[in-house]
Write a protein that binds this ligand. Structure first.
Ligand code: ATR
Length: 275
């Protein structure tokens, strides 16, 4: 049986085993997929011994180990390179480990599934942590007109922008975001987990905004989505679809099979609504 796992700390809350088992069933694969809690300073050891097993094919990696995963793997994947983070590892026939980052393609595919056009749009990305870094190159590749990053600590956004160096990528201070008039506003911060807003929401900021996207998902709309509703933003999406899509991209890297995600997003939504 092909063996997979997800590593994190904490990891108990992870929906990845459930999602991957649904993919496996749909694609007629028989897999095991476990959750593995690694000590904060012990990811490489744990992941290496998991991947050394003959049946192990690959693993997913979540907080706080995406940088460790990037450092332990061979990286050809541009998204992982740009993010300096890997969320997917795969064992090669010679035993070496390849690293990928499927978070960005997960976000882009979820937006496309929800009929959000990215081409020629002005996109505001709030946050400059690992979650933001993972989505920058896939958003730029989706031909957005302009991607503007803002962050509470502005220097972090400036560092990202300097590292990626793309003429369609800009940085703006939080106090100045209203002037951007984004068509799409993406919250990559964890503020919603603490019922906080990552920025000041206003009519001026949101009057041309067609879509807000919160990478956090919950069993009810996040405060960010609720505020956007108040200011008339028609489409408000949370990160559940991104979670399923990043998993689908990993599954496809490992097995060569592309699961259909629509019904699975709905099933996972039902699961979290009943939690
Ligand atoms: P992740 O890897 O999940 O992105 P991270 O690297 O800790 O996590 O980054 C968290 C991001 O959320 C950062 O951009 C952080 O802003 P700072 O760089 O100023 O710390 C942002 N963030 C977290 N809580 C926030 C809040 N309440 N308001 C605004 N930004 C917040």
């Amino acid at each position: 049986m092909k063996k997979f796992a997800v590593f994190g700390n904490p990891i108990e809350q992870s929906l990845s085993p459930t999602i991957h088992q649904m993919f496996a069933e749909q694609c007629e694969e028989v897999i095991s997929y476990e959750k593995i809690l690694a000590p904060v300073d012990g990811f490489v050891e744990k992941a290496s011994s998991f991947l050394a097993q003959p049946e192990a094919v690959g693993c997913n990696v979540t907080m706080p180990f995406k940088l460790d995963a990037f450092n332990m793997a061979n990286i050809d994947d541009q998204a992982a390179q740009d993010a300096q983070a890997a969320n997917t590892l795969m064992k090669c026939p010679d035993g070496s480990i390849k690293g990928f980052n499927t978070d960005g393609v997960g976000l882009v595919n979820d937006l496309l599934n929800n009929n959000v056009q990215l081409e020629n749009k002005r996109v505001l990305l709030i946050g400059a942590g690992g979650a933001a870094r993972g989505v920058i190159s896939p958003l730029l590749e989706a031909s957005v007109a302009q991607l503007i990053i803002t962050n509470r600590t502005l220097e972090k956004a400036q560092q990202i922008s300097a590292a990626v160096s793309n003429s369609n990528l800009d940085v703006v201070a939080l106090d100045d975001i209203a002037a951007i008039k984004p068509h799409i506003t993406i919250n990559s911060t964890a503020a919603s987990l603490h019922q906080e807003l990552p920025c000041h929401m206003s009519e001026a900021l949101l009057d041309e905004c067609e879509v807000v996207y919160d990478m956090v998902y919950k069993n009810s709309p996040t405060v960010f989505m609720q505020e956007a509703h108040k200011y008339g933003v028609k489409k408000r999406l949370d990160g559940l679809g991104m979670l399923v899509e990043q998993a689908a991209a990993a599954f496809s890297i490992w097995t060569g099979k592309q699961p259909k995600t629509n019904a699975i997003v709905n099933k996972v939504r039902e699961l979290i609504n009943n939690q």
